[in-house]
Design a protein around this ligand. Structure first.
Ligand code: ADP
Ligand code: ZN
Length: 819
């Protein structure tokens, strides 16, 4: 007897498999999708393991195999289990990451006749049964739905059951290719600036009537989230009348947005030859190549190379090597739309052998690519984090480019996995090599390299093309830090310091380009002294205090880790100055000011608000590369790995928004942002310069970025983490409870804290802190109040694995941020 452990697609969040007996003659293997009885229902499931002995005595029988080919390899079945255990996520959610798109839909039912035309005459059958069999014998294997149509019947279920019972037909299942969803989605977008929309929204709210209230809701949604599909806005107040009014008032307009498809489709690439590697590159490449040749011994590398040091070239040659050894590879990039140049380079080196998997594909297209990948059609799969789960056979190499990026962590939905950790696990299971590349490695990754679980490969020289077509080392751009307190003292109230202004004017007059960078997240969420730059912080958690409004009370500064709070000071506790204010500045404002200060410059803005729509990123980038604009103003996006040779000056409008973000990773994050954005300057022969404006020039992250000194940043950061038990020295879990009733949300969170502390003490797990409850950084989201509990210490999962989490709770194990 054989038994199968099956992950069942039940609605309940179950972390275990169920045991089923495999009927004789049914060729069930690990990875097969199957139908199983579950209670009184029949559900889809995936076999994770096949065994001789049942893990559960009263096992029921598997009913059918859904697709003849397994949907998971045995290693991926194990990976799903590991994900479920590590992230305390429902098992089927973890399996679902790896399934072909549309798996949860009803599969196709295929019928085959088991009798021949000759035998038919001798059988006693109803007219319908005879007609059905005649059709099946004529057509061969036929989908049940086609049979129904051919016979002009409303349903053939009873008819088919009767034929099955008589043993005259055989029934199998196949996964259905999902219908292609419409390629164009209508969005509503603001015509006026977001600030203006918010002002109108508050005016409308004051009228206190249903119709204006709805208009206000829609305006606010558009101001906060940018253009949104009409379908989504319906749940946020939009009606036909609201739409008409908003358009008539010139506040919003409809636009058709085409869903982005395969970025490599329709482009022909001539194969590009690989350049000869530099000595440093060659050293890194050879270590990876050795690991690939040794075959089957998973090895992980951290490729730490400054911006422009030729990391991508090392990946490309390593991929060549893997392919030459008969292996296949997966390359992860933080976000497809922001890395068009990188994606193109893979396409050029392996023409026709690269599949791009990303969320812009329709379900049908995704399904096709998935099948082709499983069949071994592609040497390389490129995509964002989810592409790690592509069914790439013979996996020999996984590359994570920009491994420090937070987009590698799934932050919504389940499971909340980190692609780096999952990749490490997949490589361990398959014996593939793993290459993590970054100019600013995650502190945890660098720590792992220090302690030896990753091998460290370093590229210290930035490369520049020479006239002769080769490359030569070139210096990293010089960085100047401007103290904004001094600007104020000197009477300069503009958002551009004197040095930055001079730099911009200089670049403009030499016909060069400028990037102005502002990290907009977190504006106005904390207060800062305009005289000395001080930002109040929590003494026990070392994170900035967040400004919160509570109904009927004065605003307070709250630590959103431990919930200590205090009134907003009217005087700066550091310098006694009276000008302590919320911080607030956005990219729109920067663009307005730039236009005013440099009326002859052509500006271009690049942020979430202007990048909806087909190929928006590529269009903006192309315009800037074509020198159709002189100054590019943007958020994080401009910091990505783009090569813009005419850019000689990068200005960071304020390093403080990132620096004072109330999160323990804010120092690391600031360094990464500054270093990455600085890396955009001086990629051409004219060299480049960076100006960082800040109220905190003495902060270690700013000092390290100014010196391009990763190791200085690392030393400070690791010391601080060690002291407070933050990762990598302790692990974190973040639990959020969301509810429409604020009191209830708080009470539930408080009772969770009591429960967890009680359990911890009862089970003697002293090295775990249970912090909170505290209001989440975003205290109310989509109408729900959010309270959070943080578990910090050795292994939070140990405490949380058996805790009850009723509806309303979300769990995030190893969160990248506690916001
Ligand atoms: P990174 O990925 O580290 O930012 P890239 O791989 O993009 O760096 O390399 C920077 C630039 O140098 C690119 O234009 C690349 O084509 C070029 N380059 C890198 N290595 C070589 C090499 N060995 N020979 C010639 N050009 C190279
Ligand atoms: Zn605190």
């Amino acid at each position: 007897m054989a038994y199968a452990e099956v992950a069942v697609n039940a609605a309940a969040p179950i972390r275990q498999t169920f045991t089923y007996r495999i009927p004789d003659g049914l060729p069930v293997r690990a990875g097969h999708a199957v139908y199983v009885p579950f209670g009184s229902r029949r559900l889809q499931g995936v076999v994770l393991e096949v065994m001789d002995e049942p893990a559960f005595a009263e096992a029921r029988e598997i009913e059918a195999i859904i697709d003849p080919e397994p949907v998971l390899s045995p290693e991926r079945a194990q990976l799903a289990r590991w994900l479920s255990d590590h992230y305390l996520a429902p098992l089927f959610d973890c399996v679902a990451l790896m399934l072909p798109p549309g798996f949860k839909r009803r599969p196709l039912t295929v019928l085959r006749p088991l009798v021949s035309a000759g035998e038919l005459a001798a059988l006693t059958l109803t007219d319908r049964q005879r007609a059905a069999l005649t059709h099946l014998i004529a057509e061969g294997a036929t989908e049940q739905e086609q049979l129904r149509r051919a016979l002009h019947l409303r349903s053939v279920t009873t008819l088919v059951s009767a034929l099955l019972l008589k043993g005259l037909v055989e029934r199998t299942y196949e996964l259905a290719r999902p219908q292609v969803r419409p390629k164009v989605v209508t969005h509503l977008s603001l015509v006026v600036p977001a600030g203006e929309a918010l002002r109108r929204a508050s005016e409308l709210r004051r009228e206190d009537r249903p119709q204006p209230l709805r208009r206000a809701m829609v305006l606010q949604a558009l101001a906060e989230d940018g253009p949104l599909p009409l379908s989504e806005l319906r749940s946020r107040g939009l009606t036909a009348a609201v739409l008409r009014d908003l358009e008539a008032d010139g506040l919003a307009t409809r636009e058709d947005v085409t869903v982005v498809r395969d970025p490599l489709a329709g482009r022909q690439y001539a194969k590009r030859q690989a350049p000869a590697l530099t000595a440093e590159q060659d050293e890194a490449y050879r270590r990876i190549a050795e690991a690939l040749e040794s075959g089957g011994h998973a090895q992980a590398f951290l490729l730490h190379g400054v911006t422009g040091s030729g990391k991508t070239e090392v990946y490309l040659q390593a991929l060549d090597k893997a392919v030459a050894l008969g292996k296949r590879a997966i390359v992860l990039v933080p976000e497809i739309s922001l890395t068009p140049q990188t994606v193109r380079r893979f396409g050029e080196r392996f023409p026709g052998r690269v599949a791009v998997m990303h969320s812009g594909l329709s379900l049908g297209e995704h399904f096709d690519v998935w099948r082709e990948v499983r069949a071994g059609r592609y040497d390389v799969v490129v995509g964002p984090r989810g592409a790690l789960f592509a069914p790439q056979p013979e996996l020999g190499l996984v590359v994570l480019d920009e491994e420090h990026e937070w987009t590698y962590k799934q932050q919504e939905g389940s499971p909340r996995y980190h692609a780096r950790l999952a990749a490490e696990q997949l490589c361990r299971l398959t014996g593939a090599a793993l290459v993590l590349g970054s100019a600013t490695p995650d502190v945890e990754s660098h720590f792992r390299a220090q302690e030896g679980s990753y091998r460290l490969l370093e590229l210290t020289q930035r490369l520049q093309r020479t006239e002769a077509g080769g490359v030569a080392p070139s210096p990293l751009p010089e960085v100047e830090v401007v103290d904004l307190r001094e600007e104020l003292k000197a009477g300069n109230r503009s958002i551009f310091s004197r040095s930055l202004t001079a730099g911009i004017l200089g670049a403009l007059s030499s016909k060069e380009q400028v990037i102005l960078f502002l990290n907009r997240r977190g504006t106005a969420s904390f207060v800062q002294c305009r005289d000395c730059g001080h930002v109040p912080a929590c003494s026990s958690c070392a994170v900035s205090l967040t400004l919160h409004s509570f109904a009927g009370e004065e605003d307070r500064l709250v630590c959103h880790y431990c919930r200590r709070s205090r009134p907003v000071p009217s005087q700066c506790p550091e310098c006694g100055g009276a000008r302590i204010r919320p911080l607030g500045l956005g990219t729109e404002r920067v663009e307005e000011e730039a236009r005013r200060a440099f009326p002859n410059a052509r500006t271009l803005r690049w942020d979430r608000d202007v990048t909806r729509g087909r190929d928006a990123h590529e269009r903006i980038l192309a315009r800037f590369l074509a020198h159709e604009a002189d100054i590019l103003i943007g958020t994080q996006m401009v910091a990505k790995g783009l090569d813009m040779p005419l850019v000689t000056l990068v200005g960071v409008i304020s390093a403080d928004t990132a620096l004072r973000f109330p999160d323990f990773r804010s120092g690391e994050r600031t360094f990464q942002l500054l270093e990455q954005v600085a890396g955009r300057a001086g990629r051409g022969p004219r060299g480049g310069r960076v100006v960082i404006q800040t109220y905190s020039p003495e902060h270690y992250a700013v000092i390290a970025a100014a010196a391009h000194d990763y190791h200085a940043l690392y030393a400070r950061e690791i010391e601080f983490r060690r002291r407070l038990g933050y990762p990598p020295f302790g692990r974190l879990a973040r639990l959020v409870f969301a509810h429409t009733n604020e009191r209830y949300a708080q009470e539930q969170a408080a009772s969770m804290v009591r429960h967890l502390r009680g359990e911890r003490d009862r089970r003697g797990l002293p090295n775990l802190d249970v912090l909170g409850p505290a209001p989440a950084f975003v205290p109310r989201l989509r109408g729900r109040w959010r309270w959070q509990v943080i578990v910090r210490g050795g292994d939070p999962a140990e405490l949380l694995a058996d805790a009850p989490f009723p509806r309303g709770w979300t769990l995030d194990i190893d969160p990248v941020s506690l916001l």
